[in-house]
Each structure stands twice: as C-alpha cells, then as structure tokens.
Design a protein around this ligand. Structure first.
Ligand SMILES: C[S@@+](CC[C@H](N)C(=O)[O-])C[C@H]1O[C@@H](n2cnc3c(N)ncnc32)[C@H](O)[C@@H]1O
Length: 281
C-alpha cells in the first residue's frame, strides 16, 4: 500500500456504512438503475427473493437516500467498516481518464509528461471513473484548441471544465444546478490552479456569452432540450459534446440534432452508454 494512503484509510475505517433495503417492482428496475447511476458515489444492487425485488443502497453515516425512493424503505442495517477497506483503497488510486490525462485523487503524484488532474471523491458526480465522463473527456481532447471558449453544463466536480482549462481553453465556464456540486467544483478548480468560472444555474438560465465548445454529461431527457438551446450559445461551426446517453435514447437525440442543423461528427459507445460529438452548421 502507498504510505500516503494509510492515514486516509485509517479515517475511512471508522466511517459507518449503512445498508438501506427498499422494496420495488420489477418494472422499476431499469428506471431506478438509470437514476442511481447518476449518483456516481452511491453503491447499489438489486436482489430478487421469492419473486420480490429489493433495492440495496450503501451509504455512509450522514448521507440520505435520494428522495425519489420515497417511503418504500423496509430495513436499515449497519455494515462492518472493514468490508469497505478494499473499495476505499481502490478509490484512492490514480488512474488514466484518457490517453495522456491522469486523475490523481490524493494529489500524490508529480506531473511529468501529460496532464494530472487532482479530483477527489465527494458528494458530487465526476470522479472521472464513470464511462460517461471518460467518453466526454475523450471528445473534449479531440476538439479543444488553445484559446477556445468552453462551457461545461452539469459540471459536477468540474472535472471536464478543469480538463478543458488544462488543454489550453481561453475562457471556461462550469455550471450546475446543485449547490453542493458548485461548492465542490470551486474547491477542485482552486486545487488544480486553473481559471474556471463556476456558477449555479439551471441549464442555460444564468449563462452568458458564446462558446466554441459546449460539453454536457447529463441524461437524455435534458440533453434533448440542450440541443435546441445550445444553438443560442454556440459560434457557427462550434461543437456540442453530449454524454450520459443510454444507447436506446441515441436515435432520438440524433434526430433532434439534425432538425437543429448539427452534423454528427463522431459517436462513442461503452456498455449501455454512448456519447456524441456534434458540430453546429
Ligand atoms: C452525470 S453528472 C456529470 C458531472 C461531470 N460533468 C462529469 O462528466 O463527470 C451531471 C451533473 O449535472 C447536474 N445537473 C442535472 N440537471 C441539471 C440542470 N438542469 N442544470 C444544471 N446542472 C444540472 C447534476 O447536478 C450533476 O452534477
């Protein structure tokens, strides 16, 4: 084990992990999975017993289950912290976000060749481990040129905005509608010593200016609206990067994009998720 991690893991040992069990129906499994995957740090699984379906959610003491699970809670159990040591250690290890870009959660490695982003896990989505973030990052690396203006819509920890700044973007704005995400993004921006303007905004509500690149890793329903509104915030020939799209929602987004005069330049897929690079023409 890396010596620098030991004190951190010492703290994690005393964190209490609670297992919440909810009773749900088989019909809800896909929708709930889609919603819970957006909470990147929440661990969950579905268990089937005698034709009944249960959702098990693992949270640390102090965290609350999401509101949309309503009042279907049937049990809360405390787990032994030791069971989580292995997972905790894994989450502290540096990893490659895309070629030439490393994410270092504990700020323990020195920057040599390539870019090192210091992003630590917290309450906001965007550690960089989720494939939707990785695909968005890959498309960002493909289009960003020095000096470009970049907007990260739904920034979470700010990881994509920070990457854009490190790739040489001239003006970077990161927005989220969750005050906790905005606070986390501000901390990460400071830690990474980049110039990113982080604002609390529901989608484009508080956004000003025109951009060369807009990147948004959210979910299909909101991305469909963003495709239309992004036209007002993109230079002609600007790029729109969309991620967080479940494969079955891909055709609907491509149709809307074509209706609003975007050209599909590239699409990426990984498991059930896909991402696309559109050009405003
Ligand atoms: C899947 S996370 C993406 C985080 C990060 N950009 C990444 O790629 O890892 C989506 C983020 O969008 C934010 N979000 C959801 N709806 C939003 C809205 N209407 N306006 C702004 N942000 C929104 C959520 O709070 C969340 O932080």
């Amino acid at each position: 084990m890396n010596d620098a991690l030991e004190p951190l893991l010492g703290v994690l040992v005393v964190i209490q992990i609670l297992e919440y069990t909810f009773t749900i129906s088989e019909d809800e499994v896909d929708t709930l999975e889609e919603k819970l995957l957006l909470f990147e740090t929440v661990k969950f699984c579905f268990v089937r017993v005698d034709r009944k379906v249960f959702l098990k959610l693992y949270l640390s003491g102090g965290e609350e289950p999401p509101d949309f699970l309503g009042s279907r809670l049937v049990e809360v159990k405390s787990l032994k912290p030791g069971d989580w040591l292995e997972k905790a250690e894994e989450f502290q290890q540096p990893f490659e976000l895309v070629d030439g870009v490393i994410v270092d959660p504990t700020d323990s490695i020195k920057e040599r060749d390539g870019i090192v982003l210091k992003i630590s896990p917290g309450l906001a989505f965007g550690t960089g481990r989720h494939v939707t973030t990785k695909m968005a990052a890959r498309l960002l690396c493909r289009v960003i040129e020095p000096g470009m203006h970049v907007l990260d819509l739904g920034c979470g920890t700010g990881i994509l905005a920070i990457l854009a700044a490190r790739l040489g973007a001239g003006r970077v704005v990161a927005v989220d509608n969750d005050p906790l995400a905005v606070q986390k993004a501000l901390e990460e921006v400071e830690k990474n010593r980049v110039d990113v303007n982080v604002i609390l905004s529901d989608a484009f509500d508080k956004v000003e200016g025109i951009y060369d690149v807009i990147v948004s890793n959210m979910y299909a329903e909101i991305l469909l609206e963003i495709v239309e509104e992004a036209k007002n915030f993109l230079y002609n020939g600007g790029y729109l990067i969309l991620s967080g799209i479940l494969k079955e929602k891909f055709p609907a987004i491509v149709n809307v994009a074509q209706a609003y005069d975007y050209e599909l330049i590239e699409n990426l897929g990984d498991g059930e998720w896909c991402a696309m690079l559109l050009k405003s023409v």
